[in-house]
Design a protein around this ligand. Structure first.
Ligand SMILES: Nc1ncnc2c1ncn2[C@@H]1O[C@H](COP(=O)(O)OP(=O)(O)O)[C@@H](O)[C@H]1O
Ligand SMILES: [Mg+2]
Length: 359
């Protein structure tokens, strides 16, 4: 009789604990997970047969908390799984080496581990949604910018061609007058420069005609690296090319592909410190060719990360950069149905990853 009563009492304690854990989880603030896990741990402690002698530890990928010293000799462990992967564990331990756990206590621990796992899954889903939303907003803004720049560059093309054409005509007429000739040269040079800017804008807006064909990205990378050898030397920057396969074929416009590689390497060189190492990689997955370049430079500031692909965004001193390089790259990558991602390395520097579909 006494036993039944005791068992019943334990059962009630366990149910109370489960109920408490559920309400902690329902009310959990995703930003304050430590608090919620702490409350769960203490609630579990009280749900055990000998609360005073029981200590609980909860370890997850987000945090680790414990109610007291864990006795390594006597303990129960339940795995916390998130999307079917081990993410952490709950450990219950008894101080007193002579006592032991009840079968129900293991079940209790398992159910709480399951609940925590569900909570972590919800947090992860929410985080993914937020980042997806941000990405979509960004690409929206970029495509609007793309349309605007396409319009502007289109409008500028004709008058620029006229300026250039008439200046050249005038130069022919006044070839004997040195002073006029020199002034006309300046007009011509500036018009050519502006035409280049417009060309880049058109790249960004994907107004350039594309010639898609099957190309091997490996020689394109090797050529670019060879051509930039002098730039590497001048900047005193080292590089390593990690390509394991000689053939990495994809459908792309060869010139545009080269432009992607060039722009990314030039940036990496510019932002590398003396003796910095630039790592250039290319490999394939089932459906994609992946081109990766990372440097040991300053990396990207939080507020830059959002803007680097926008035309005219630059952190270079005036005169050094147009802020068009990455927007051109972004435009080309988008027109190839690929994606580009910029991130900071754990130690230092930035990594740019370009993924292009093979077909
Ligand atoms: N490898 C890199 N490391 C750090 N910052 C970079 C890197 N590549 C690009 N950026 C940032 O992105 C900005 C835009 O780059 P880009 O579009 O190529 O224009 P520009 O090179 O003319 O500044 C740079 O000014 C810089 O702030
Ligand atoms: Mg650049």
């Amino acid at each position: 009789m006494e036993n039944t009563e005791k068992a019943l009492k334990e059962r009630i304690k366990e149910l109370t604990c489960l109920y408490e854990v559920s309400s902690i989880i329902v009310n959990a603030d995703f930003e304050e997970m430590d608090e919620a896990l702490n409350a769960i741990a203490f609630s579990l402690k009280n749900g055990f047969q000998y609360p005073k002698h029981t200590e609980i530890a909860i370890e997850t990928s987000l945090s680790a908390i414990e109610t007291g010293n864990i006795n390594k000799n006597i303990n129960l462990t339940s795995e916390i799984r998130v999307f079917n992967k081990t993410n952490g564990a709950i450990i219950a331990s008894l101080k007193n080496d002579k006592s032991s756990f009840l079968k129900e206590e293991k079940q209790l621990l398992d159910s709480v581990a399951l609940k925590i796992g569900n909570l972590l899954e919800r947090i992860e889903i929410q985080r993914n949604e937020t980042s997806l939303k941000r990405q979509m907003e960004r690409s929206d803004r970029l495509s609007i910018l793309g349309e605007i720049t396409a319009g502007i560059s289109h409008e500028l093309n004709t008058p620029l061609a006229n300026i250039l054409g008439f200046a050249e005509l005038l130069k022919n007429d006044h070839s004997k007058d040195k002073h006029i000739s020199e002034d006309l040269d300046k007009i011509i040079q500036n018009a050519i420069f502006s035409r280049e800017v417009v060309k880049k804008l058109m790249f960004f807006a994907c107004e350039m005609p594309q010639e898609m064909q099957k190309v091997n990205i490996v020689p394109s990378i090797k050529n670019a690296v060879t051509l930039l050898d002098a730039s590497f030397k001048k900047a005193e920057v080292k590089y390593i090319v990690k390509i394991e396969e000689e053939k990495l074929f994809l459908r792309a416009d060869t010139i545009q592909l080269t432009q992607i590689i060039f722009n990314l390497i030039i940036n990496a060189i510019y932002f590398s410190p003396k003796d910095g190492l630039i790592t250039i990689e290319a490999f394939q997955s089932k459906n994609e060719i992946i081109f990766k370049i990372s440097d040991e430079g300053s990396g990207l500031a939080e507020e830059s990360l959002e803007k680097i692909f926008q035309p005219f965004f630059t952190t270079k001193p005036t005169g050094d950069g147009s802020g068009l390089g990455l927007s051109v790259v972004h435009g080309i990558v988008a027109s190839h149905d690929g994606s580009i991602m910029a991130e900071n390395n754990p130690q230092k520097g930035a990594t740019f990853t370009v993924r292009l579909p093979k077909t």
